[in-house]
Write a protein that binds this ligand. Structure first.
Ligand SMILES: *[C@@H]1O[C@H](CO)[C@@H](O)[C@H](O)[C@H]1NC(C)=O
Ligand SMILES: *[C@@H]1O[C@H](CO)[C@@H](O)[C@H](O)[C@H]1NC(C)=O
Ligand SMILES: *[C@@H]1O[C@H](CO)[C@@H](O)[C@H](O)[C@H]1NC(C)=O
Ligand SMILES: *[C@@H]1O[C@H](CO)[C@@H](O)[C@H](O)[C@H]1NC(C)=O
Length: 245
């Protein structure tokens, strides 16, 4: 009797201990960013599945193996999916980069199992690492007080509403903006462009979602859209699109 109670207690408790906790994921992204500074991460993550700009690439010759002088980094930590997203800006004039990396971990976040990197540089759409650095370092993406946090569903829906806009301008009616007549995101957005194969990393603590997708149908260009959502409304949008793929 006692034994079976203990067993069922252990079963109930085990998810708590096995869970992919926030601090472990934070340690993992810190480790990535530090290792990216020397190029050592390619060895750290050697056993992970790796794609660069959505193409399978040998990790040892990837961006992860390059020593980058990082000016800005910011990460999302998704404890539900045991996944992370990291944005990196390098303004180094010898080769500026804006990089987004989604990572998937095993159940207790001790090992990275899958990595997708989007690497943008000169020639990519709207690429300007100094400009990106300037606004990214001024924006407030800090932790949202528990009582004002949105659910994962609300955060994802706000991002999806924006992404759906590219395919159908009528969706603008449901875009949760800040209420000003000028905040609609449809200015200059082309119509009839499908944004597909969406992979989400969601962090409720900072009200953010990053989405990797193909921009323009299943063979469309590799793209990352990241959103900060406050009170159900879009606050910031960061995009990376790979043109020279
Ligand atoms: C990454 O960003 C954090 C927060 O801004 C900063 O404290 C840290 O030094 C950065 N890491 C690197 C390697 O640049
Ligand atoms: C890039 O952004 C910086 C800072 O906002 C700006 O001074 C510069 O003119 C921009 N460069 C281009 C090519 O747009
Ligand atoms: C940054 O955002 C957090 C969360 O919304 C908020 O509590 C804080 O007041 C903001 N800081 C500034 C300087 O606006
Ligand atoms: C909206 O844009 C128009 C035209 O650029 C401008 O005159 C108006 O002041 C703006 N309104 C707000 C609330 O920002």
């Amino acid at each position: 009797m006692l034994k079976s109670i203990l067993v069922s207690l252990a079963v109930c408790l085990s998810p708590v201990f096995a869970a992919c906790d926030y601090e472990t994921l934070q340690a993992a992204t810190r480790n990535y960013v530090t290792s990216q500074g020397t190029g050592a991460f390619a060895s750290v993550a050697a056993s992970a599945t790796y794609t660069e700009n959505f193409k399978t690439t040998p990790i040892q010759s990837s961006i992860l193996s390059k020593a980058l002088k990082i000016d800005h980094n910011r990460s999302l930590h998704d404890t539900t999916q045991c996944a992370t997203y990291t944005e990196i800006v390098v303004t180094d004039p010898s080769h500026p980069y804006v990089i987004g990396v989604q990572m998937q971990y095993n159940a207790d976040a001790t090992q990275v199992t899958k990595i997708e990197a989007i690497v943008t540089d000169q020639g990519d759409w709207l690429f300007n690492a100094t400009g990106t650095y300037n606004y990214a370092s001024k924006e407030n993406w800090s932790t949202i007080p528990v009582e004002s946090r949105n659910t994962r569903a609300v955060i994802q829906a706000a991002g999806d509403a924006y992404l759906d806009l590219f395919n159908n301008k009528n969706v603008v009616a449901s875009i949760p903006g800040n209420g000003s007549p000028n905040d609609s995101c449809n200015v200059g957005v082309p119509s009839g462009v499908a944004l597909v194969n969406r992979r989400y990393v969601i962090d409720e603590t900072v009200g953010a979602v990053d989405v990797f997708l193909n921009f323009g149908g299943t063979t469309g260009i590799p793209d990352s859209h990241e959103f900060r959502v406050e009170n159900g409304k879009l606050r910031f949008v960061h995009t990376m699109s790979v043109m020279g793929n």
